[in-house]
Design a protein around this ligand. Structure first.
Ligand code: SAH
Length: 470
């Protein structure tokens, strides 16, 4: 049995009374104001937050004790005072008038309870555990908050624009329901959520035409999603949500199995690990594949290690998709430098040691000729080298030749943020030998600079780090 009857009360322009001037009262006042109520507050003293609301003329305040006359013309009463006698009196008088009343934390004195709320205006989700376990309601709310995109309200408003037109076009209720399911579960919904209203409109019209029996089915879209450095807890909320919805996940070698496991169980997973020696060709194949998948009407997540736009060739993929007329959204991820630095406790900048931080590629074929070694060898900065493991001997030699001191601290971090993380810490003089002994095989990031000497996370470091000749 339901403990209470759920409903949404309209308070636009109606009067609501709050008794009490505590911070509790302030929370309730804010909610009432959000619902468009005119709020009167009765309390002899008020806290700072309420005082601010009064000063801003957002509520009317009577600085005295409650009087029965305060109830005249009121649509709703909330009591947030610690005075128990007053709580009972207001509750009784209000209920005698048939007006709903809530006394904070006193269900026995209340005629209604206040739910936990998830607000995605105009969508509101209210949660109640029937007063049995308010803490559980908070937990549920947190889960729903996480599951629902912040832009859900935008989607609802978008749907509203077409409501009448859809009703006219599709007379049959079942056809309409099916149509809206396809809108919300498919690319139209994704486009609207991503804020691309023009493309969303175009796709919706196309879908509406095909629902009526004409023309082609809607086209899918591609989300270029940063998978972060490996730990699935480091995915953004958006990445997490998209992974759970995607029909197809196209991923490369860098994406950790733990992150891939977040994808929907029945989603198709396509590995597109780049082939050594002919990266250009492989990239074109990937682009063509993404275009074909999207054209087949499926929702595609292109999952890239770290951030798609940091040494990820994300720019090239976006370009190819845009050229093919496919809608694309880029979702940033935590790049290896940030993930590895955090797990190794290396502050990338530090007031006393590094005023700048440079990310460079150490991919030797590009790097030796292209990198500005003089700039990289400068003091008072942190240098982070991606794809630098193979070229480490060349990199170290160049840096020393260009004046970087031999005792500069260096960290190599392999499989950063995952269970398999390993670290090798040394100096420019020793690191090459240490790296050779450690036989690093996974993705490895190289961090150079004084900040490496600060390595703040001691516990994991001693467990995982290989210190040789240091
Ligand atoms: N887009 C990615 C980088 C791709 S380049 C990002 O933003 O992180 C590939 C290089 O990234 C690897 O050679 C390695 O240097 C680095 N890398 C990626 N993930 C890593 C990890 N978990 N640990 C250490 N290095 C990593």
């Amino acid at each position: 049995m339901m403990q209470s009857f759920p409903l949404f009360l309209s308070l636009q322009g109606r009067r609501a009374l709050v008794v009490g001037g505590t911070d509790h009262a302030a929370r309730k006042v804010e909610l009432l104001l959000m619902a468009g109520a005119q709020v009167s507050l009765v309390a002899r003293t008020v806290t700072g937050e309420i005082a601010q609301l009064i000063a801003d003329a957002r509520i009317c305040w009577a600085g005295r004790t409650f009087d029965e006359g305060d109830l005249a013309g009121v649509a709703l009463v909330i009591v947030a005072t610690a005075d128990e006698a007053l709580q009972a009196r207001v509750s009784q008088l209000t209920q005698a008038r048939g007006v709903p009343v809530n006394v904070v934390d006193r269900p026995a004195l209340s005629s209604f309870i206040m739910p936990a709320i998830v607000d995605r205006g105009p969508i509101t989700i209210a949660i109640s555990t029937g007063g049995v376990a308010p803490a559980l309601a908070r937990k549920l709310r947190a889960e729903i908050e996480r599951a629902l995109p912040a832009a859900l309200g935008r989607l609802a408003r978008f749907a509203e624009i077409f409501r009448a037109q859809v009703r006219r076009t599709l007379g049959e209720p079942r056809a309409r329901r099916l149509f809206w399911d396809r809108v919300f579960d498919g690319p139209v919904g994704e486009l609207a959520l991503a804020g691309d209203e023009i493309a969303a409109r175009r796709e919706l019209i196309r879908l509406l035409d095909s629902a009526r029996g004409d023309t082609t089915p809607a086209q899918g879209m591609v989300h270029l999603v940063g998978a972060g450095p490996g730990d699935p807890d480091l995915l953004t909320l958006k990445a997490h949500r998209l992974l759970q919805r995607a029909d197809v996940v196209v991923y490369d070698r860098l994406v950790s199995p733990e992150v891939l496991a977040v994808a929907r169980r029945d989603a198709e997973r396509i590995a597109v690990g780049k082939r050594r020696g002919s990266p250009g060709v492989a990239q074109e194949e990937i682009n063509a594949r993404l275009v074909a998948l999207a054209r087949s009407g499926r929702s595609v997540v292109r999952l890239k290690g770290g951030d798609p736009f940091v040494f990820g060739r994300g720019g090239e993929e976006v370009e190819a998709l845009v050229q093919a007329g496919i809608a694309v959204e880029v979702v940033p991820g935590i790049t290896a430098a940030l993930g590895c630095a955090a797990s190794a406790g290396i502050p990338l900048t530090h007031r006393d040691h590094a005023q700048a931080c440079v990310f460079v590629t150490g991919h030797t074929r590009d790097a030796e000729a292209a990198l500005d070694w003089t700039m990289l060898a400068r003091p008072r900065q942190t240098v982070v080298i991606y794809m630098g493991a193979e070229g480490l001997p060349i990199i170290a030699r160049q840096l020393v030749q260009h004046g970087m001191p031999l005792d500069t601290p260096v960290a190599l971090i392999e499989n950063g943020t995952t269970e398999r993380e390993r670290r090798v810490v040394g100096t420019l003089a020793t690191i090459e030998r240490q790296a050779a002994r450690a036989r690093l095989q996974g993705p490895t990031l190289c961090v150079l600079g004084e900040v490496v000497g600060l390595a703040l996370v001691r516990d994991r470091e001693f467990r995982l780090e290989t210190r040789i000749g240091f």
